[in-house]
Ligand binder design. Structure first.
Ligand SMILES: [Zn+2]
Length: 314
C-alpha cells in the first residue's frame, strides 16, 4: 500500500473518559476505519495501561503498521513538557501516561486535554476550519476549552489556555441573584464551572428556584417558568464568559461542545447575549455547533498524533 494513499490507516485516537474508553483507527484522510468502546479500568494504573496496550496492539495489527502513532485525550490538565496529567477521576492521575505507554508499546504516543483535542479537531476540517483563531468551548459535566491558532494548539507554559472553567464568576450577576459561591475541584471558590457546567446548572437551578432540576431537564423544558428563569441567568453567565474569552483571546470562531451545546437555539441565544456584554463596536466571533459532535475528541487526539509525527494530516 502506498504511503500517499489517503485511505491508508494513519493514526489511532483514544478518548479516555472517566467511565469509558473510545479507541478509533483513522485513515490519512481522517475517515474512520474502525472504532470500539469499553469501560475505563478504575482499579489500578497498571490495569489501565494493559487495556490501552491491548487495544493499540489490536488496531496496529488491523492496520498492518506496527508503529502507528497514538494520540490520547484525557479529562484533565496535561503538562506540556512532562506529560504528567492531573485527572481527578482517572487512575492515570499524576502519571506520565504517554511516556509509560510508549515504554510498553513503542512508536509515538502523545497526550492532551480532551477539550484541546476537540478544539484541534474542529479547527482542522471541522466547524472552525480555515479560521485563524478557533476557541473550543465545552459545556458538559465540566466546563473547559482550548485554543487553536492556525490549526495548531496553543499550550502555553503549563497547558492552561482554555481552562475557562476556573475564571471567577462575575460579581455583579452573583450579587444580583444572590448566587452561591461554592468550592471548586481546583481548590478555589466561586469558579465559573460551579454554576455554568452541567452540574453547575443544577446548582444554579436550586439557588434560583428551590427545585432540584437536572441540566437535561432544564435544557429540554425551556417553556417551564422555573427552567426558563434558570436558562436566562445561565445565559447571562455564559455571555460574561464569552466576553472574557473575547477580551483575552479575541477568537474568530467559537465552537460549542458538550451536552449543553445541544440546547435548542443556543448559538443565537449566546450571540444575542454577547451583543449586550461585548465592548461597543467590536466584531463578534462566529458561534457554531461542532462538525464532529461527540467524536471530535477522539478525532482531535489522532490529529495531534499525526501533527507530532510530522505527518500532519489534511
Ligand atoms: Zn476552579
Amino acid at each position: 500500500m502506498s504511503a500517499s494513499t489517503p485511505d491508508r490507516p494513519a493514526a489511532i485516537g483514544v478518548d479516555l473518559g472517566g467511565s469509558k474508553i473510545e479507541v478509533t483507527l483513522f485513515a490519512a484522510d481522517m475517515t474512520v476505519r474502525e472504532s470500539c468502546r469499553q469501560p475505563t479500568p478504575r482499579s489500578t494504573y497498571a490495569d489501565l495501561l494493559a487495556a490501552l496496550e491491548h487495544e493499540v496492539f489490536r488496531f496496529r495489527k488491523l492496520a498492518e503498521t506496527a508503529d502507528l502513532p497514538v494520540g490520547i485525550g484525557v479529562p484533565g490538565l496535561v503538562h506540556p513538557d512532562s506529560g504528567v496529567s492531573v485527572c481527578a477521576n482517572l487512575v492515570a492521575n499524576g502519571h506520565a501516561l504517554a511516556r509509560d505507554l510508549t515504554e510498553r508499546i513503542g512508536g509515538r504516543v502523545v497526550i492532551a486535554n480532551d477539550c484541546k483535542c476537540f478544539t484541534l479537531s474542529e479547527s482542522r476540517g471541522g466547524a472552525g476550519d480555515g479560521r485563524a483563531r478557533v476557541f473550543g468551548l465545552i459545556v458538559g459535566t465540566g466546563l473547559g476549552g482550548g485554543l487553536c491558532q492556525d490549526g495548531r494548539l496553543v499550550l502555553g507554559l503549563n497547558g492552561l489556555p482554555g481552562e475557562i472553567g476556573h475564571y471567577a464568576l462575575p460579581a455583579h450577576i452573583v450579587a444580583r441573584h444572590d448566587l452561591p459561591l461554592v468550592a471548586c475541584g481546583c481548590g478555589r471558590t466561586g469558579c465559573m464551572e460551579t454554576l455554568v457546567s452541567g452540574t453547575g446548572m443544577a446548582r444554579l437551578a436550586l439557588a434560583l428556584t428551590g427545585r432540584t432540576l437536572s441540566a437535561a431537564e432544564i435544557a429540554t423544558a425551556p417553556d417551564d417558568i422555573d427552567t426558563a428563569r434558570v436558562l436566562v441567568t445561565w445565559t447571562e453567565l455564559m455571555a460574561e464568559l464569552l466576553h472574557t474569552i473575547q477580551l483575552h483571546i479575541d477568537p474568530d470562531c467559537i465552537v460549542l461542545g458538550g451536552g449543553l451545546s445541544n440546547i435548542a437555539g443556543l448559538e443565537t441565544r449566546l450571540v444575542d447575549a454577547l451583543k449586550k456584554s461585548a465592548l461597543p463596536s467590536v466584531r463578534l466571533p462566529e458561534i457554531v455547533k461542532p462538525a464532529f459532535g461527540d467524536s471530535s475528541g477522539v478525532r482531535g487526539a489522532a490529529l495531534l498524533a499525526l501533527q507530532n509525527d510530522g505527518t500532519d494530516a489534511q
